[in-house]
Design a protein. Structure first.
Length: 362
């Protein structure tokens, strides 16, 4: 029996990914559950396992910097090496045919050969799409001595760049800031040995329960308001910034939240996060305060409608009861999606987080 190998959809919003590497050779025997190929999404890199025992009969797509749509067939598995495959052409065969059909001027053809330029990646500006000399000169300009290094956006970084650009373009962001006194939380932290982040996660979960519109995603013209609270926490992992998700926070104790946060942090640092660890978020928290940043505004992680940016906790003079006192204060910024969330609603949500953190025992 022939089994199609497809580019997997690793998240609700994933539309394309990058094929990084085949872990088996064409014709090689594979076992169900064995890593077959590696892909990159906007989240991180994943090894995709074989769905059945058999043989990797044909590879249709080679590792490439070109994004591949999800569900596209990239190869075939079969029970035996003798089964007849569908009539398909590999990426290499298609490229060879395309190369043979390329319309190019003689001068441009000679220049391409000298520079080692792949003509299949050039869009001609001449009549009928014919490649002219100037098309190649645009590519080759800057190959000499320069005062800077050229670095292409590739793989995960390329997808992140596209998604963040789409977020700023398609989501009408607005921002609310607040200063939260952290004196009470600091005392609890010392008594209970939990981190500031643990307390902030719990406070955010409580506030999301009280203001459910903040616990939502928007896809197309539809908003989905979730009952379960799944908060993504931006973590610096082995391969860059990742956002693993702590699920069902509305049901978890502070100890459980802390334990899960530590586990996800360790997995991120060891590059052992699974696709399930990174999907299903309904709200995100980004903490650059641990890196010494006083305050910042974060870009919403689509398709979510809000993200809370945490600044550094620092001692500042505060006027209280007519006196100047030195208190520990954290500046936070809430970014919200105006398509679903009005300013007054998000202000109440942010004030609720502030209230919980400043009065944690109430």
């Amino acid at each position: 029996m022939i089994k199609e190998i497809i580019m997997p959809k690793l998240g609700e919003t994933m539309e394309e990914g990058y094929l990084l590497n085949w872990l088996k050779k064409e014709g090689e025997k594979v076992t169900k559950g064995e890593p077959l190929f590696e892909v990159s999404s906007d989240k991180t890199n994943f090894e995709v396992e074989a769905e059945k025992d058999g043989y990797l009969r044909k590879i249709l797509v080679q590792p490439t910097e070109t994004p591949i749509p999800v569900t596209k067939v990239i190869g075939y598995l079969s029970d035996s090496v003798t089964e007849e495959l569908p009539e398909t052409k590999s990426e290499g065969e298609v490229k060879k045919e395309n190369k043979e059909r390329i319309s190019i001027s003689p001068l441009a053809k000679r220049l391409a050969k000298e520079k080692g330029i792949d003509l299949t990646k050039i869009k001609g500006t001449g009549a009928g799409g014919r490649i002219e000399k100037d098309d190649l000169l645009k590519i080759s300009l800057g190959n000499g001595d320069e005062e800077f290094e050229r670095k292409s956006l590739t793989g995960t970084r390329k997808i992140i760049a596209r998604r963040m650009s789409e977020s700023k373009k398609n989501i009408p962001h607005y921002y609310l800031q607040a200063e939260i006194e952290m004196e009470a939380i600091t005392k609890l932290k010392e008594e209970q040995k939990f981190s500031y982040t643990d307390f902030i996660l719990r406070a955010s979960a409580k506030a999301l329960s009280d203001f459910p519109l903040m616990n939502a995603i928007i896809i197309g013209e539809e908003a989905k308001i979730y009952k379960k609270i799944n908060i993504g926490l931006a973590i610096l992992g082995k391969k860059g910034l990742l956002v693993p998700v702590i699920r069902n926070l509305e049901k978890k104790s502070l100890a459980q939240i802390s334990q899960e946060r530590i586990s996800l942090k360790e997995k991120a640092e060891q590059d052992k996060l699974s696709p399930d660890d990174l999907r299903g978020g309904t709200f995100t928290i980004s903490n650059l305060g641990v890196l010494g940043v006083d305050n910042f505004a974060a870009i919403i992680n689509p398709p979510e409608v809000g993200i809370l940016a945490l600044g550094k906790i620092k001692e500042i003079p505060v006027v209280a009861e007519g006196k100047i006192q030195i208190k520990k204060v954290m500046r936070v910024t809430l970014s919200a999606d105006h398509r679903l969330i009005d300013g007054a609603y998000s202000a109440q949500f942010l004030n609720r987080i502030k209230e919980i953190l400043e009065n944690p025992k109430e």
